[in-house]
Design a protein around this ligand. Structure first.
Ligand SMILES: Cc1ncc(C[n+]2csc(CCOP(=O)(O)OP(=O)(O)O)c2C)c(N)n1
Ligand SMILES: [Mg+2]
Length: 372
């Protein structure tokens, strides 16, 4: 018997507004009304300003650490725009644009990175989960949230965001397998920014696309230009339709790039070529959306300057609110994990010492008797 192909497939790459601001009207016409486009652009500008101020806050000792979002605003922003308030947004840590679009007060993000737990206390009506630092865990949370939506029949879905590196984690594969086999309405939005800190994507994924990792689970998979707001909106709308009508998950690979360091604790110049960064600067999502608005005749330098002034003022006020909040009580730290605090944590709270490095007074050895 001759060998027959048993399975053949392809992965689509969706691009509508390219890096030179060429616009494919056959796919993009009517996707985003002009007023919304201006608003999306304003959000991106605000996020850039937010990044700049956060960076300065960290460098001047007013913030612990901060991961710049610069360059990768589109995947979360396009998704938040394309989804409804019934849908969960389940982020990692580079999704400011989408979270602000949904209505998260931006000072929450500043508080989070300043180490104040109140930054993670998010109004449940917003349907946003707290920033996830452990890589990959949030994809399982999204699967559970979407499963609950399906069970309740509330018409919602969950969209979760993660990086290229996260697709090498076991949690990713469990979430993908579970949601595909149980028909759970999840959108998996992978932001492939070429790097997992200093590890390039090409050495942790041997396949030509990350998108095809979803094929093994029988999932619809698509790749899009992740710096193209139109492409992101289109693929998320398609995925949301599939989720709502058929309870099917979708895996989206949004190809983007982080223009800044991994976080303020990193110096990407140690492992990235300047030429690579420069090439991606030319594909900046913000530049092409601005060019497109100029081409449409709805934008000019005066309006751009006005928006810049507006967002500078806005971010200054946000910073003032975050820094102006009364400092948390030290005991708060212990208040949110357990209903009844275990003895070892009660000791830590009462002595404000950590037991891990032998500073808890009850663990300090009795002084050795001195011979006279
Ligand atoms: C479980 C776990 N392992 C390791 C880390 C340390 N870590 C933080 S970010 C990161 C790289 C993540 O890369 P990617 O998923 O591509 O996300 P990106 O930061 O590029 O958006 C690693 C390994 C972590 N936070 N959690
Ligand atoms: Mg990455």
């Amino acid at each position: 018997m001759p060998a027959e192909p048993i399975f053949e497939t392809k992965i689509d790459h969706v691009s509508i507004l390219d890096e030179h601001a060429n616009f494919d009207a056959s796919l993009g016409e009517g996707l985003i009304p002009n007023d919304d486009l201006v608003d999306l652009y304003r959000h991106m500008r605000m996020c850039r300003q937010f990044d700049e101020i956060s960076f300065k806050l960290q460098r001047s000792g007013r913030m612990g650490t901060y991961p710049e979002n610069r360059g990768q605003e589109c995947p979360s922003l396009g998704a938040a725009y394309a989804l409804t308030d019934k849908d969960w947004l389940v982020p990692c840590y580079r999704e400011n644009a989408g979270l602000f679009w949904r209505g998260l007060p931006p000072e929450k993000i500043l508080l989070h990175w300043m180490g104040d737990e109140r930054g993670n206390n998010i109004d449940p009506a917003l349907k946003i989960t707290p920033i996830a630092i452990p890589i990959g865990t949030q994809m399982l949370h999204a699967t559970g949230l979407a499963w609950a939506s399906k069970y309740r029949g509330d018409g919602g879905l969950a969209c979760t965001f993660f990086g290229d590196g996260a697709t090498s984690e076991g949690d990713f594969h469990e979430a993908m397998n579970f949601s595909a086999n149980l028909d759970i309405p999840v959108i998996f939005m992978c932001q492939n920014n070429s790097w997992a800190i200093s590890v390039p994507t090409r050495i942790q994924c041997s396949a030509p696309t990350i998108a095809q990792r979803g094929l093994a689970y029988g999932m619809d998979c698509v790749q899009c230009d992740g710096n193209d707001i139109f492409a992101v909106v289109k693929v998320v709308r398609d995925a949301a339709k599939r989720a709502r009508e058929e309870n099917r998950p979708t895996f989206i690979e949004a190809v983007t790039y982080r223009l800044g360091d991994h976080t303020t604790a990193d110096d990407a110049r140690r492992y990235r070529d300047a030429a690579e960064v420069e090439a991606w600067q030319g594909r900046d999502p913000l530049i092409r959306i601005k060019k497109h608005m100029v081409n449409l005749g709805i934008w000019d330098d005066a309006r751009d300057a006005a928006i810049n002034e507006q967002v500078e003022h806005e971010v200054a006020q946000i910073t003032e609110r975050a820094e102006g909040i009364e400092a948390p009580l030290k005991d708060d730290f212990f208040d949110h994990m357990y209903e009844t605090l275990p003895q070892n944590l009660r000791t830590q709270r009462d002595t404000m010492r950590t037991s891990s490095i032998g500073q808890d007074p009850s663990q300090i050895a009795a002084p050795v008797a001195q011979h006279s």
